[in-house]
Design a binder for this molecule. Structure first.
Ligand code: GTP
Ligand code: MG
Length: 174
């Protein structure tokens, strides 16, 4: 059975814990409780008849002030970089998070570990918003993410899809 370690990272309050809870328990809460240090979630998915165990490392958003600890990044197979689409300039922050991971961990061959970009809280975007799945995907590919999605931890939009794309990429590299 394959086992992968996936980091869930991004600024304070963007919805990392909510995304893990959506993926693992299919639940959502409006209440905010800041993550201290790191919490864990385990998700098992079937791909081509094989069970894949994914350990999600839900890190506190505050930690980027000092970069992400090398300890957290150690042996990570991939990362979900979460941002809040309702916050101006937050996509750039996603790149800062990606760089922070790249500084701390890489594949055995020296290439970066796969990461997906989740532009979260998309349920709060006004209908006339110019931010779409296409603009997120384009930004993600330009910045060397595997893929980018508009997501919502609240409704569950694209949360499983993002994880699946990440895991498929991880598997293709192992
Ligand atoms: P830290 O642990 O402090 O880094 O925050 P976090 O990124 O884990 O954020 P968390 O999941 O705790 O969510 C912060 C707040 O945003 C909570 O009140 C959630 O209910 C809310 N929230 C999270 N995701 C979504 C979403 O997709 N849509 C909406 N509308 N609210 C969300
Ligand atoms: Mg949290």
């Amino acid at each position: 059975m394959s086992f992968y370690k996936v980091l869930v990272i991004g600024d304070v309050g963007v919805g990392k814990t909510s995304m893990v809870n959506r993926i693992v328990y299919n639940t959502f809460s409006e209440k905010y409780k800041a993550t201290i240090g790191c919490e864990f979630g385990l998700k098992i998915i079937e791909i081509n008849g094989e069970s894949i165990r994914i350990q999600l490392w839900d890190l506190a958003g505050q930690d980027r002030l000092g970069g992400i600890s090398r300890l957290y990044c150690r042996d990570a197979n991939g990362a979900i970089v979460v941002n809040d689409v309702t916050r101006e300039g937050n996509l750039k922050q996603a790149c800062a998070w990606k760089n922070s991971v790249d500084e701390n961990v890489c594949m055995a061959d020296g290439t970066p570990i796969p990461m997906v970009l989740c532009a979260n809280k998309s349920d709060m975007l006004p209908p006339e918003s110019s931010i779409t799945d296409e603009t997120i995907q384009r930004f993600a590919l330009e910045n060397k993410f595997v893929a980018g999605f508009l997501t919502s931890s609240k409704t569950g939009l694209n949360t499983n899809e993002a994880l699946l794309q990440l895991v498929e990429k991880i598997m293709s590299k192992h």
